[in-house]
Design a protein around this ligand. Structure first.
Ligand SMILES: [Zn+2]
Length: 163
């Protein structure tokens, strides 16, 4: 067989996989493959290669996997930090309330004593006591509320930008 015939068989083999060949060309190719061991082996090799390519799992690139994993881990860490920060703030509020409750009676006596010592009207020193006692708690609660709303806003912004 001449070299041209094997060349034609190789071209038809490739063409049959890509754009397709005519019926007569396919007939000629199959009859050639039956009689030519070299082209037959070439056709089988091509078939194996195509099968291997098809069965290759469409796994994402390792860099993408790593980047995704890093991102997820960072987000988990961020959420945990946010949670513990919030828990710390609540703890501070509870402690301040406890301190307020414990310190109320002595403060009452201290303010009463000062009121009597400087001959102040009762409403004045009671108001002063109330302001002294209530303002830090109110400020703390306000800070907590402000911080909570800011945190959820930040989460919203982040969720929107990362989408
Ligand atoms: Zn051949």
């Amino acid at each position: 067989m001449s070299e041209d015939i094997h060349k034609k068989a190789e071209t038809l083999l490739a063409a049959s996989r890509v754009e397709g060949v005519s019926d007569s060309e396919r007939e000629w190719l199959s009859s050639h493959l039956e009689t030519c061991a070299v082209c037959h082996a070439r056709a089988e090799a091509l078939e194996r290669t195509l099968a291997a390519v098809r069965s290759f799992p469409a796994a994402p690139a390792p860099a993408v996997v790593e980047a995704t994993r890093r991102r997820v881990r960072a987000r988990a860490l961020e959420l945990r930090e946010q949670q513990s920060r919030r828990r710390g703030l609540w703890m501070a509020c509870v402690l301040s309330w406890l301190f307020g409750a414990v310190s109320a009676p002595p403060l009452w006596f201290a303010f009463k004593w000062l009121g009597q010592r400087f001959d102040l009207p009762a409403p004045l020193w009671v108001t002063a006591l109330a302001v002294y006692w209530i303002v830090p708690a109110v400020a703390g609660a306000a800070a907590l509320a402000w911080r909570g709303s800011r945190d959820s806003q930040a989460e919203e912004v982040e969720a929107n930008t990362s989408r």
